[in-house]
Ligand binder design. Sequence first.
Ligand SMILES: Cc1cc2nc3c(=O)[nH]c(=O)nc-3n(C[C@H](O)[C@H](O)[C@H](O)COP(=O)(O)OP(=O)(O)OC[C@H]3O[C@@H](n4cnc5c(N)ncnc54)[C@H](O)[C@@H]3O)c2cc1C
Length: 284
Amino acid sequence: MSGKFVVVGGGIAGVTCAEQLAHQFPSERVYLLSASPLIKAATNLKQVSRILEEFDVEEQASTRLQNRFPNITVVQSAVTELRSQEKKVITEGGSQFGYDKLCLCAGASPKLITQGNPHVLGIRDTDSAQEFQRRLTGARRVVVVGNGGIALELVYELQGCQVIWVIRDKAIGNTFFDAGAAEFLIPQLKSEKPQVPVACRRTKYTTDVALVGKENSLGSALGPDWHGGLDLRATGEFGHWVHIETQCEVTKILLQEEFRQLNVTASTFPEDQTTEHSSASSNG
Ligand SMILES: Cc1cc2nc3c(=O)[nH]c(=O)nc-3n(C[C@H](O)[C@H](O)[C@H](O)COP(=O)(O)OP(=O)(O)OC[C@H]3O[C@@H](n4cnc5c(N)ncnc54)[C@H](O)[C@@H]3O)c2cc1C
């Protein structure tokens, strides 16, 4: 098969790219190749001001996109090979797609602090989030490394286990708010979660888990309210037990056996839950 344009990836970037190409070149065929069964599309676009737009991101069956743009063909198959000299991509099903122009929108993968350690997980898509939930059921202590939005939400949501939150910065959530606001939020992280969820004044986003791809497929990245359908509760009795280790960088992660060989005593979880611990060097 051959089209002027081949777009790889059915996430928001790939779908928007395919839509724009189909719109601007209505007589050309655009192939959208995606590993995931659902595609992500921007809908309800509103121009709020000259530079501010508002839109929703919606998971859709690929037929909806093909109905709107008859010159788009969506193929659900992962691309396994790119032959740039021949201007061809090969899919896992063995099909070959020739192109004049290729757009690669296959998403990003988390930059994990270590590779190959079975205890280190990154959360990216529905599969990895569900795997995390599965591991959590047997966990006594979870170490969350990183100070971005996903870590912030995760530390608040985790219950029933000890949580050690390791951040390089002086204050939590410094990409979103200042150190003063962070101080104000810390008690919320450590107090019991309300039984009835606090009323939410914004639109909530949900995904249809039943329609999400088969196990180990390369799914699209998650979005707002990604933890909505997950039970982030371990089996311990305590609710929120969070210790924040600020100005700390993880330099090495040891397996249990390697730790034993060091012949040192493991630190206990700090009893004083109200203070943060600051360390210039890592003890992560
Ligand atoms: C937990 C979490 C929460 C987030 N929350 C927010 C938020 O609140 N707001 C926000 O704006 N952003 C959020 N993001 C970021 C947002 O999800 C990403 O920026 C966005 O999805 C990136 O879109 P993309 O199209 O580039 O990649 P992706 O959404 O990752 O899409 C990549 C696509 O490529 C396909 N693909 C991959 N490999 C192949 C292959 N070999 N062959 C064919 N297809 C392939 C995949 O199946 C997928 O369809 C969050 C991310 C995570 C992980």
